[in-house]
Design a protein around this ligand. Structure first.
Ligand SMILES: [Zn+2]
Length: 246
């Protein structure tokens, strides 16, 4: 019996070298080590480590997320509207949604897939085919909880898909944070990587943070690395009130 090798390990000899592993592959490139995967709806590459000394005999790798068809921004707007209507600010409970691409029509659709909900957690209906086949799994967070939690990292292991959180959903400035996960390796991405337009009325936290870091690097020139660490520390203290890990 020919058993396919689910995980492949290879060198990157050309920047357009196809992703072939059924599950995922580890690739050594000129500039670092990358984890790559593909499924019907998307291909993704995440950087695991960057080399200080480059290997000129190999091609350069680059982290990326490419969807066969981008998700309409209206899908995220509809989920936000539904999430707002299903809980109120005074008695908040989290909610979980699956975004899928119909195999026949190629159209995206979303579905609420919460089995049980509380203030700081939600449990999925894991027997629901929408949850099982989702290309994007997105849940709401209590006000102020603007990062993925340790519990999210555990719940979102062992999958290749996009993940998202919606936070401050009842405020004037609701926000979104997105990431791709390739079997336990996560990379946060701006919404424009996966949506056909910026979602209206949603602050893109990853995009905002990338712009802030770029500004800091620009202002500081050669001193940038040290100050970026300070900025990351500051960002972390914002989340001290985080309750989802309790
Ligand atoms: Zn969460």
């Amino acid at each position: 019996m020919n058993i396919p090798q689910l995980v492949e390990r290879k060198f990157l000899f050309a920047s357009d070298q196809p992703i072939t592993a059924p599950l995922y592959e580890i690739v050594i490139a000129q500039n670092g080590v990358f984890k790559r995967a593909r499924r019907r709806e998307m291909q993704a590459v995440v950087e695991l480590s960057a080399f200080t000394v480059k290997i000129p005999e190999l091609a350069a790798g680059e982290a990326r997320v490419e969807l066969t068809e981008k998700i309409p921004a209206s899908v995220l707007e509809e989920i936000l509207a539904h999430a707002r209507s299903e809980t109120d600010a005074a008695n908040f409970t989290e909610n979980l949604y699956a975004v899928c691409r119909d195999t026949e029509t190629g159209n995206y659709f979303w579905k609420e897939v919460s089995r049980s909900r509380s203030f700081g957690s939600t449990i999925a209906r894991d027997d629901d085919s929408a949850y099982q086949t989702a290309v994007l799994e997105i849940h709401t967070h209590p006000p102020g909880c603007r990062e993925f939690s340790n519990q999210d990292d555990c719940d979102e292991r062992g999958k290749f898909r996009l993940f998202g959180i919606l936070v401050d959903i009842h405020s004037d400035n609701p926000a979104i944070r997105l990431r791709v996960g390739i079997y336990d390796s996560f990379w946060e991405i701006p919404a424009e990587f996966i949506t056909d337009a910026p979602p209206e009325n949603l602050t893109d936290l990853v995009k905002q943070e990338r712009e802030r870091l770029a500004e800091i690097c620009n202002d500081l020139g050669d001193d940038a690395p040290e100050y970026i660490l300070a900025e990351e520390y500051r960002a972390a203290t914002v989340n001290l009130s985080y309750i989802e890990n309790l």
